[in-house]
Design a protein around this ligand. Structure first.
Ligand code: UGA
Length: 433
């Protein structure tokens, strides 16, 4: 079993650490925030992610957390799991990555620096040159991008579709691949540049599918087709597949928005205008705003109206609100003069901009509301269309931003219902003055 050092106790670092420990490796995680290191050392999680607390508890004897960079000395692998947020120009900010490289202590033997963070193509070559310049020619380098999705990170790690390893030296690639010996998945071996591009291209492909189906949804609305049926019929074609064809109010999260910008900038920095990706990003921005149009069509002016936002995390099973569509929605509604009330089972409503009222229950959120908007498809919302909810609302309008509900059932229960890309009921539009 190997000794693995991990830089960064954020979401990627901690998920990677507990999974490597579960595979039997000895893992030391280094971070610069004392409270995080202290909490993790006591088995406490700094974020919400299914199955990670259990793995942390079960493998505590193989895991250590430290502030001291010298504690990684003696590790066979040094994984870089720091964040690479967008800069003002949309490029990825690599300052934390470079801090890790610059702070590497004297390292005996032949440790391998492994990049898990998402970085622009060409980063590995620059780091290789930087290591050589510092006289660290004995330190290997590999790119091993992560494909974990929030909410399913442990399953994605243990049962991945593939593992990508890019290296300058085939022995280094063999060594990194051997860390995953217990995992049954194809290993894609490549050069470092291609491994870096695989990660960016995979996320771009997924985002393209989402913006594609959202545009189909918008055309469905204009023509009277139902995008849920359309996606089913299209997705059953084996060449297309059914995943990532759920229409809605657009993607958010800590990865897609930043990675799309980073790839777009990477292309334009190299003199290429990535038109398709630019359109994917723009479609996503417009999609979030369509909810406002739907509300106005039913309610007229939103000034003085109360709107309940149901779910504010960027997707279910996480408390992450980074780039969540709820943030844009809340801001737009407040700008229109609406009163905004929000409910989420785990995400923190106080992170929304402006003065959004927090509701502890779905019923509290909808009581007296002129409209309820399903923003995140939490399980709790699947049974929203009840008589109790209808009677609690001032106006029984549901805008289903994730197509969670059955339109016919919701209408039978007495709601005015509008989904994304689904036909309107014949007499649905009831604009008030
Ligand atoms: C995504 C990728 O799925 C991971 O493979 C990748 O490792 C990760 O980014 C990353 O780069 O670190 P994540 O952001 O956690 O993972 O979440 P997803 O489940 O991919 O969802 C992203 C967004 O797309 C969510 O806002 C979701 O609501 C939206 N989405 C997803 C749709 O609107 N429609 C769909 O059909 C699928």
């Amino acid at each position: 079993m190997a000794k693995v050092g991990i830089f960064g106790a954020g979401w990627v670092g901690v998920c990677t650490a507990v999974c490597f420990a579960e595979l039997g490796h000895e893992v030391v995680v280094r971070d610069v925030v004392p409270e995080k290191v202290d909490a993790l050392s006591h088995g406490q999680m700094p974020f919400h992610e299914a199955d990670v607390p259990e793995l942390l508890e079960r493998n505590l004897e193989r895991l250590s957390f430290t502030l001291d960079v010298d504690d990684v000395v003696g590790c066979d692998f040094l994984f870089v799991c720091v964040d690479t947020p967008p800069t003002y120009s949309g490029d990825a900010d690599l300052s934390r990555v470079w801090t890790v490289v610059d702070e590497l202590p004297e390292l005996p033997g032949h440790p391998i620096l492994v990049m898990k963070s998402t970085v622009p193509v060409g980063t590995g070559e620059k780091i290789r040159a930087g290591l050589d310049h510092r006289g660290l020619t004995h330190v290997g380098y590999a790119s091993n991008p992560e494909f974990l999705a929030e909410g399913t990170a442990v399953r994605d790690f243990m049962r991945p579709d593939r593992i990508v390893v890019g290296a300058f030296d085939s022995a280094d690639a063999d060594a990194v691949a051997s860390l995953y010996d217990k995992i049954d998945a194809p290993i894609v071996r490549s050069d470092v540049n291609s491994a870096e591009m695989i990660k960016l291209a995979a996320n771009a492909a997924l985002m393209t599918r989402i913006s594609f189906i959202n545009e189909i949804a918008n055309v469905c609305e204009a023509t009277g087709a139902d995008v849920v049926k359309v996606a089913e019929g299209v997705g059953l074609d084996n060449r297309i597949g059914s995943k990532f064809l759920r229409a809605g109010i657009g993607y958010g999260g800590s990865c897609f928005p930043k990675d799309s910008l980073a790839l777009k900038q990477l292309a334009s920095n190299s003199g290429y205008h990535f038109q398709l990706l630019a359109a994917v990003i723009e479609v996503n921005e417009l999609q979030k705003r369509r909810v406002i149009g739907k509300l106005s069509r039913h309610l007229g002016s939103l000034r003085g109206k109360t709107v309940a936002l149901l779910g504010i995390a960027f997707k279910p099973d996480t408390d992450d609100m980074r780039e969540a569509p709820s943030i844009v929605l809340a801001s737009r509604l407040l700008a229109e003069g609406a009163t905004v009330r929000a409910w989420d089972p785990v995400a923190d409503v106080s992170k929304l901009p402006g003065s959004v009222e927090r509701a502890d229950t779905v019923l509290e959120a909808v009581t007296g509301a002129d409209a309820a908007v399903i923003v995140t498809e939490w399980d709790e919302l699947k049974g929203l269309a009840t008589a109790e909810v209808r009677d609690a609302m001032r106006n029984p309008l549901i805008v289903d931003g994730r197509n969670v509900l059955d339109p016919a059932e919701a209408r039978r229960a007495g709601f005015v219902y509008e989904g994304m890309g689904r036909p309107l009921a014949p007499n649905d539009v009831n604009v008030e003055a």
